[in-house]
Design a binder for this molecule. Structure first.
Ligand code: URA
Length: 250
């Protein structure tokens, strides 16, 4: 991933090519032709240095900006936050968990329900977001679900084998019974799925008569929540971003 430094001066033709306007050579041609303005003044001088954040650059009277540096975060979403960028009803969204200077262009990759907690990727990289949420890309997601009642062996087997419920087909899943408690009887399941249907885990559990009481996403592919507290995030490491791209492009 190329992180464009936006806070240091650079040559006008380099700025224009970094902004995706033209190749370096065509940018030089545009400058010679008088099509480029810096702070309102036509500039024909080739080596002129400009400051990408302070100077106003226009080509043919259209403003030009450098693309934002790409950002990738792993968030531990708490319950009570919507996985959207804005909410027309003003409810808390995952964006509220980021300081204003990191929010620009950020969006959640996929979604967790309002009452689900756990791992959520946040980025401003539309390409990665698209690749990761495309149905063709079967990324594994691991959930811990507390369910009402204690599922029998055959109910667990049904979840494992995949099944049809109404007009929804659930593909096979890896399911383990992690722990149980009594009064009232409840069980904690680990469910690993590669699909991303809306409310999938809740629908699967409900279909075998064990509705979810509490749901947490504990991992996504090779990423987990280690070291994060609820409501906090960390930037992804370069190797992690590269690995996600590699997985998504297979
Ligand atoms: N499945 C659900 O039912 N809810 C979520 O938030 C995620 C997966």
């Amino acid at each position: 991933m190329i992180m464009q430094k936006t806070n240091s001066p650079l040559r006008l033709q380099k700025f224009l090519s970094s902004a995706g306007i033209a190749s370096r050579r065509s940018a030089e041609k545009m400058i010679k032709e008088g099509r480029v303005r810096v702070n309102g003044e036509v500039v024909r001088e080739m080596g002129k240095k400009i400051h990408p954040l302070k100077d106003r650059i226009e080509v043919d009277n259209n403003p030009v900006r450098l693309p934002l540096p790409k950002r990738y975060f792993l968030l531990y979403k708490p319950r009570g936050y919507l996985s959207t960028v804005t909410d027309p009803f003003g409810r808390p969204t995952v964006m509220d968990l980021f300081p204003p200077h990191l929010q620009k262009g950020l969006f959640p990759v996929g979604r967790l329900d309002l009452d689900t907690e756990g791992l959520l990727l946040m980025t401003n990289d539309g390409e990665l977001g698209y690749l990761l949420t495309h149905p063709r890309f079967q990324i594994e997601k691991t959930y811990h679900a507390w369910v009402r009642g204690i599922p029998s062996k055959s109910e667990l087997q049904r979840l494992r084998e995949g099944f049809q419920a109404g007009d929804t087909t659930f593909s096979p899943a890896r399911v383990a019974l992690l722990t149980t408690r009594q009064d009232p009887p409840e069980a904690k399941l680990e469910i690993v799925i590669a699909e991303g249907k809306k409310r999938q885990v809740k629908k699967m559990c409900k279909a075998v008569n064990h509705p979810v009481i509490f749901l947490k996403r504990v991992s996504l592919a090779f990423l987990n929540l280690k070291g994060l507290k609820r409501g906090t995030f960390r930037p992804l490491k370069k190797e992690e971003i590269d690995k996600l791209y590699q997985m998504a492009q297979k």
